[in-house]
Design a protein around this ligand. Structure first.
Ligand code: HEC
Ligand code: HEC
Length: 274
């Protein structure tokens, strides 16, 4: 935020001193923003506030950030604290929006915004107790048989899906279970399904790594990173279905899932305390 403001100030100054009063006002608000970074959440640790925040989030934010906050057109918000954001900083981003993006500002009362902050923080701070049950060794076998073709956990594994070595450090147990049982409900940015059709009719499917007006990069299901100029393609199709198969109970029992989560948590702990 403050970086944005500074950029605006610089631009205004470049346009001449006639705009100086506005520039000064913006500088002052930049100072206020820095103060807000250290603001404390009056509802810190309050479970009722987090529940209220969840309801507000679902109506106001989920269309862009996903019902589980893992991101759709807006970024994953379950990793904010793991990425070093403070309560005050998140509050301020929600209040002001992000200039130059579709992230809107909000005029809702402070209490409502803090409730949303409480909810997001409850997603992002995972207690190791959440993954304390199950058998890691059995989980390792479940992982090798069902997941390792597409995911790494520790040193080895596939690359079509995200690296899961540290996933349990930033996802709640409920979030992990949802991602495994029903992957298409919210696909992670950088891993969304796309199919491109070349001018000569060849279809290539994979996860989209990057796209701009002229080109697209994807990691295809054959394990290759591919880049195309759009002029060489006859179609680019984004798909709602994840490339990850879903794992309902008849395919992965609750017991196996429990073991699997314990295994992933053990990998996460090992990478955290090498
Ligand atoms: C119309 C879509 C849209 C809506 C609605 C929306 N956001 Fe966003 N949000 C975005 C986008 C896009 C970004 C990334 C902007 C950028 O960095 O360029 C973003 C960024 C953010 C960030 C900053 C993430 C970071 O890494 O610091 C937070 C926090 C956030 N949104 C929270 C919310 C909350 C809470 C709500 C509901 C009150 C909300 N957003 C509603 C699209 C949206
Ligand atoms: C055929 C490839 C494939 C297989 C097999 C597969 N996944 Fe995935 N997985 C993906 C892809 C691609 C994504 C990213 C898109 C999405 O979020 O659905 C993903 C996403 C995930 C996520 C969400 C990650 C995040 O950051 O939110 C989790 C958790 C996950 N997989 C766990 C598993 C587990 C556990 C298994 C085995 C039981 C498994 N996957 C099997 C391809 C696969």
């Amino acid at each position: 935020m403050s970086v944005n403001n500074r950029a605006i100030v610089t631009r205004l100054l470049a346009h001449g001193l006639g705009l100086l009063p506005i520039a000064v006002a913006l500088l002052l608000s930049t100072g206020a923003a820095a103060a807000q970074d250290s603001l404390a959440n009056p509802h810190e640790g309050n479970a009722a506030a987090a529940r209220a925040g969840r309801a507000l989030f679902e109506t106001r934010c989920a269309e862009c950030h996903g019902a589980d906050a893992k991101g759709i057109s807006g970024p994953d918000l379950t990793v904010l604290w793991a990425a070093g954001r403070s309560d005050g900083r998140v509050f301020q981003t929600i209040r002001r929006g992000i200039a130059g993006s579709i992230m809107p500002s909000s005029t809702a009362p402070d209490d409502e915004l803090w409730a949303i902050v409480s909810y997001l923080k409850s997603l992002g701070t995972v207690s190791p107790v959440e993954f304390a049950t199950g058998d890691a060794e059995q989980g390792r076998q479940v992982f090798s048989a069902n997941c390792a073709g597409c995911h790494r956990a520790g040193r080895s594994g596939g690359r079509l899906g995200p690296d899961l070595s540290r996933i349990t450090l930033s996802r709640s147990r409920a979030g992990m279970i949802a991602a495994i049982r029903d992957p298409s409900a919210a696909m992670r940015v950088g891993y969304r399904t796309v199919t491109v059709v070349t001018a000569d009719g060849q279809r290539i499917r994979g996860v989209k790594k990057a796209e701009d007006a002229f080109s697209i990069q994807l990691f295809d299901t054959g394990g290759r990173l591919q880049g195309y100029l759009k002029t060489d393609l006859s179609d680019v199709r984004d798909e709602a279905q994840s490339l990850m198969p879903s794992f309902p109970v008849d395919r992965l029992s609750d017991g196996d899932l429990d073991n699997l989560l314990r295994f992933l948590a053990s990998v996460g702990e090992a990478t955290n305390n090498p």
